[in-house]
Design a protein. Structure first.
Length: 373
């Protein structure tokens, strides 16, 4: 993901309400109570204000589409409004899946988000999906946004990042990693937080991936990520300390933790944020993360992420040209040199194939297929 420095167009201060009766725009109805509170300073952004009721979702979406395409004025900013998910479930929502992006500005990304949101939960493990965008780049396409909100996606600007420049990672990552940790600190309603970059692709129904990770870790691991063993001279280890000691230690494995798809417990986020703020921990997030957990054996446990197809770092080595980073291209870079089902791939860029949004929807709804055309 690139640094989030571009300036986007200003917000329009209108609001809309979608219901079974239709859609109206204009001043916000102050008598409508938010469906759950939003932390101070955080706004949940919707193209429309939608109460999600899965039992009437199809009818509501069709009504909204008719009105949204009729030329009526549409809102682009709604402060402090949340989505209520009324889908019956016996299990509490313990995991938030947080997608980090600069901006939502194309149908390819929208369809990939739709595939994720529609297939993220199982009966045993319901989950909420959040999209955090650059606060200077709120979504502008309200038809696209309303469809995603109707499916259950929660949309908000990324919180202002704390002052952890070394952890952020510089140009390639911007401030998305510190912003993600700040988001986790604000949302005590969840126990675990998935960090997903917007170019992660899963060849199946997402709940299969998340449930398998939950079951393999017994649901309790503080850190779940793809990890590489690094040598002592790795560049990021030179500027890395955890809890006041060098990241490189004779009694500690030297691990690089990859963030494109990774899960963190609320305690991990809290402990790491506190240590970063006190400056007893600093360094690039890929060097710090696993070392921090390894240095905290009394409470921290970590598990290596499985179900990986090809998992590369965008902008490094063979993964530098966005226009080449299609699912087919990156899958051919490493054994078995073809796309496998129920595997995580990164980076898969919409710039390389706008069709990847449609393919994601096919995988999400045809998880048992062995081949997607």
């Amino acid at each position: 993901m690139r640094a989030y420095s571009a300036t986007c167009s200003k917000w329009i201060r209108l609001s809309c309400f979608v219901s079974l009766a239709g859609l109206t725009c204009g001043a916000r109805d102050d008598h409508v109570e938010p469906l759950f509170s939003v932390s101070d300073g955080e706004e949940l952004w919707h193209g429309t204000k939608v109460i999600v009721d899965h039992s009437v979702e199809r009818h509501r979406t069709k009504d909204a589409e008719r009105l949204l395409t009729s030329g009526a004025p549409i809102a682009t900013r709604i402060p402090s409004i949340a989505v209520k998910d009324t889908m019956a479930t016996k299990a509490p929502v313990r995991e938030a899946v947080v997608v980090m992006t600069k901006k939502l500005d194309n149908s390819c990304l929208s369809r990939r988000l739709l595939a994720l949101t529609r297939s993220v939960s199982s009966e045993e493990h319901p989950r909420h999906v959040w999209l955090l965008h650059d606060k200077m780049c709120p979504p502008q396409d309200t038809v696209m946004t309303s469809d995603l909100v109707a499916a259950g996606l929660r949309i908000a600007p990324q919180p202002d990042a704390p002052g952890w420049p070394s952890f952020a990672g510089g140009y390639h990552s911007g401030n998305s990693k510190p912003a993600f940790l700040k988001f986790a600190l604000r949302h005590a309603e969840y126990e675990f937080f998935w960090h997903l970059e917007d170019d992660v692709f899963y060849t199946g129904s997402w709940y299969v991936f998340f449930d398998n990770v939950w079951n393999s870790s017994n649901g309790s691991a503080d850190l779940i990520a793809a990890m590489n063993h690094q040598h002592k001279g790795w560049n990021w280890f030179r500027y890395c300390r955890v809890l006041g000691e060098p990241c490189v230690s004779n009694h500690r494995a030297m691990l690089q933790s990859l963030w494109p798809a990774a899960r963190y417990s609320r305690r991990f986020a809290s402990e790491l944020a506190e240590s970063l703020s006190s400056k007893s921990t600093y360094g690039h997030h890929e060097a710090v993360t696993a070392s921090f957990c390894a240095a905290s054996p009394a409470w921290c446990s970590m598990v290596t992420l499985q179900q990986i197809g090809v998992f590369g770092a965008a902008g490094v080595g063979a993964f530098q040209d966005k226009k080449k980073m299609s699912l087919e291209h990156i899958s051919a870079l490493r054994p078995p040199y073809h796309v496998e089902t129920n595997r995580i791939y990164h980076p898969v860029k919409c710039e390389a194939s706008a069709r990847s949004g449609d393919v994601a929807l096919q995988y999400a709804h045809q998880a048992n297929s062995t081949e997607i055309s």
